[in-house]
Design a protein around this ligand. Structure first.
Ligand SMILES: [Fe+2]
Ligand SMILES: [Fe+2]
Length: 470
């Protein structure tokens, strides 16, 4: 089952040859995808040979093959994790019944919406990152960027397969729309705000892959619990690829911190102006980037109180990440104490699941911050990085538009407006970061604002030519 057929036009492990109609529909979509990649992807690097991994099986061991590939020749395909025999629904009112191999009619439009919303983020991020190659800090980083890009393209394939296979004509239309919306487009933007934010520098890329890809991990994990088995299996395999994207974010930010500490030591100073003059990112500046991308990503979980998420859970469409870790999988009896600007109140747990997910997401985000703070402490600096409160700079839910500082305290609006430039990157901060973004493409060399990684990709040395530019 897990063998992937690479002789096919569209590599897959879903026995596409066994369904000619579906195969033809997807082969019709394939050139449209390639055209989109050619127009909206990293198209200035189409001739480059990139050391990429490609999925060759869905086993936990040895699922990827590495080799030099031109990105337009990447074998984007459809890979689902192996089925679990006699899988049962693990949560909600239908808990214990068999998982669905087909979609019950009454959940069709809701599931389509969930899949389209997830699918939309995948090409969106490729569009957001399409020009970053011109300012890469090293060939190693350039390769990682392109690896993420091709895999987000594959995640789009994963969702488009579900749309084509299970949603008939509506699904085919949605698949075309996924290529028609564009990140930041005034008329046809991507569905979620964060995916319309420009990513024009590598510090933002590392924040995006740390915070926003981690939101992706949480969404995929909750969809991996779905009663709709093909969706669950699709998301389970996507998570395997997603881990690398967060690795790029976490190690990228670690390397920025490391380099800042080195420069602080060399200068014998932590004065931000002097650190910047020496061509590194001062820690208060990094803090602003964390504040911006973390708060922006927190909105992706939706409103604190949501009847949609309650219905999605009760109906078995979308669970909680790692549903197994909880004792109660029905949640009809539980409540959660929720604090809003109007005060604290107990709300039914089912309606508060977005908040439950957001809180566990923020805890996951803390892990890297703690690690960075340990290295800052070891270097003898008093500075500490932190994550903003769940209430800070929210544009969705109970705290939307509220004047709240990064610690979560309500404050006077006038003072809030004035202080915002000290909490998130100002125009001059962004201009400075952009000034650091100079392309470095000699094998093994790094830009001055970032430390080298601890090791290369797939046991290759750091000096390896990860991208051969032509
Ligand atoms: Fe993805
Ligand atoms: Fe990702």
């Amino acid at each position: 089952m897990s063998a992937i057929d690479y002789a096919e036009k569209i590599p897959n492990n879903v026995n596409l040859v066994g369904d000619r109609t579906l195969q033809r529909a997807l082969e019709h979509w394939q050139p449209q995808f390639l055209q989109w990649w050619h127009e909206m992807g990293p198209n200035d690097f189409e001739g480059a040979d990139v050391y990429l991994r490609t999925a060759i099986s869905v086993d936990a061991q040895g699922w990827a093959h590495y080799g030099k590939v031109r990105m337009p020749d990447y074998r984007w395909g459809i890979f689902l994790a192996d089925p679990v025999a006699e899988r049962k629904i693990g949560f909600g009112d239908a808990m214990g019944r068999p998982a669905w191999q087909q979609i019950p009619g009454e959940y069709r439009s809701t599931l389509r919406r969930l899949i389209v919303t997830q699918g939309d983020t995948e090409p969106a991020s490729v569009e957001q990152q399409r020009l970053l190659g011109h300012t890469c800090p090293s060939l190693y980083d350039l390769r990682n960027l392109f690896q993420i890009n091709v895999e987000e393209g594959r995640h789009l394939w994963a969702m488009v397969y579900l749309l084509h296979a299970y949603f008939g004509r509506d699904g085919r239309e949605e698949a075309e729309e996924l290529l028609a919306r564009h990140s930041g487009d005034a008329d046809k933007p991507r569905i979620l705000t964060t995916f319309n934010e420009p990513i024009s520098d590598w510090l933002s890329l590392y924040c995006f892959t740390y915070f926003t890809d981690r939101d992706g991990k949480y969404q995929l994990k909750s969809l991996a619990e779905s009663a709709f088995d093909p969706l669950a299996r699709t998301c389970r395999f996507m998570l395997t690829e997603e881990a690398h994207h967060m690795f790029v974010g976490e190690t990228g930010l670690s390397r920025v911190v490391k380099r800042s500490l080195e420069v602080m030591k060399e200068m014998g100073s932590d004065d931000p102006d002097r650190i910047r003059a020496a061509g590194a990112v001062d820690l208060p500046l990094l803090q602003k980037y964390l504040n911006f991308w973390c708060s922006s990503s927190l909105d992706l979980f939706g409103s604190e109180i949501s009847s949609n998420s309650a219905a999605n859970f009760a109906n078995g469409l979308k669970g909680r990440p790692d549903e197994d870790q909880y004792e109660d999988h029905v949640l009809r009896e539980k409540t959660l104490n929720l604090v809003t600007p109007q005060g604290a109140s107990d709300v039914p747990m089912l309606n508060a699941l977005n908040e439950v997910m957001r809180e566990s997401y923020l805890k996951d985000c803390e892990i890297g911050v703690k690690r960075w703070n340990r290295s800052i402490e070891r270097a003898g600096s008093q500075f500490r990085l932190s994550l903003p409160s769940l209430r800070f700079r929210r544009s969705i839910g109970a705290w939307a538009g509220q004047p709240v500082d990064p610690q979560g305290n309500l404050m006077q609006r006038e003072l809030y407006e004035k202080s915002l430039a000290s909490w998130i990157p100002s125009e001059s901060d962004k201009a400075f970061v952009h000034s650091l973004m100079q392309k470095v493409i000699e094998p093994g060399r790094m830009a001055g604002w970032i430390a080298p990684p601890e090791r290369g990709i797939n046991n290759l040395p750091l000096e390896y030519e990860y991208v051969k530019l032509h």
